[in-house]
Design a binder for this molecule. Sequence first.
Ligand code: NAD
Length: 429
Amino acid sequence: MATKTKEKPVRKEGMYEVVMNQFAHAADLMKLDPGVRKILAKTNTEIEVNFPVRLDNGKIEVFTGYRVQHNNALGPYKGGLRYHDTVDLDAARALAIWMTWKTALAGLPFGGAKGGIHINPKNYSKHELERITRRFTYALGDNIGPDLDIPAPDVNTNPQIMAWIADTFSSTKSPTTRFANLHVVTGKPVGAGGLAGRDRATGFGVVANIKSWAKLKKFNLKGARFTVQGFGNVGYWTAHFLLKEGAILVAVQDASATFRNDKGIDPEALQAHSDANGRNLKGFKGAKEIKPDEFWGIKCDILVPAALGNQITAANAGQITARLVAEGANGPTDIEGEAILKKKGVDIIPDILCNSGGVIGSYYEWLQNKRAEIWKIEEVLVMIQDKIDTSFHKVVDAAKEFKVDWRMGAYIVALRRLEDTYMDRGIFP
Ligand code: NAD
């Protein structure tokens, strides 16, 4: 069994409150049809499963998993699975609702869902995680499926976990339909039907958005200083691609430690250290370790929250010096934190736009599996870039039209699409 790591406590409460507050504000601004507003204010389905797994020591432990399906007006439910001890029904609900806005904004034929297991995966061995994942998939049964609900990676889940889900789901179906079920999940390793480039899609998309922002604001990314909270999939790839633009990573924080180096931190060295150290940055030698609270006040041009929700709050927003907050994470800024940033004139690229590269990549993986094709990474990144650019400009235009910030602009674009769909299609029966 892996050694237990001490993680700093997270404020988990309130994400649902934040997303509903944002929704209500946007619905008022755009005068969303009252019937559609009632539908979108609720989730369609909320699933809680308790399932037993035998651990390596022979004892049985019962785990609790969730899948919340918010809305599928535009297509099958889509959204990640998170393995974390902040996972509960409320968190899954909030994150599922954000997924509906995200897929609608990105112009994808998907709805929104989210889920996961209430667990700290660092406390379990690889074999235990495999059994937990397979048994969770079995417990979800036909509540997921390639044309119904398609999970993907999120916090503490990865391509390996997605491969176990795909294999378990397919193995419980008739062998004649095995490959018709490959796209039950996205974010798989390339060898198991995954998409070349899906690993970097979210960070690539974050940087595509930052590049559009820089162009709009005539800001030179060369030499720009940036900080990243969370150094997992999104944090690492964002740092990797921002470095290619000539920007300098001056501080980084994960659950285990916080580091600064004004001369720049090498994301590749950080990643190598993290990989060798159980996905923890603690002990990294290429920068000075500082106290976690000092992270927010570090002088920078761009801040990328890429960890959990509700990280930028009244307690730290006042210290932020960045001109831009690019929300790699889902729901990283709470209501009070956002009000403070806005007062200071900080630009925010909202999560549903900023991190949409991941679900766009997932869409192409789903399509690749459906069509039994295999695409090159270069083609994939061009397609992701194109969709992000389109969304970015739609958001900027909507924000101008309604004289609102980009978050509200993004919501308006997403809600308009959902409203049009309900108006065209009507309600059964
Ligand atoms: P990950 O598990 O790969 O990495 C999470 C990182 O956050 C780790 O470095 C972890 O140490 C750090 N972290 C956890 N708690 C922290 C805390 N309290 N303080 C500081 N750091 C902390 O997860 P990920 O896939 O990179 O996801 C990060 C965020 O991006 C999440 O909000 C997720 O919903 C969002 N997101 C992910 C994707 C994707 O494709 N993976 C897509 C869209 C959005």
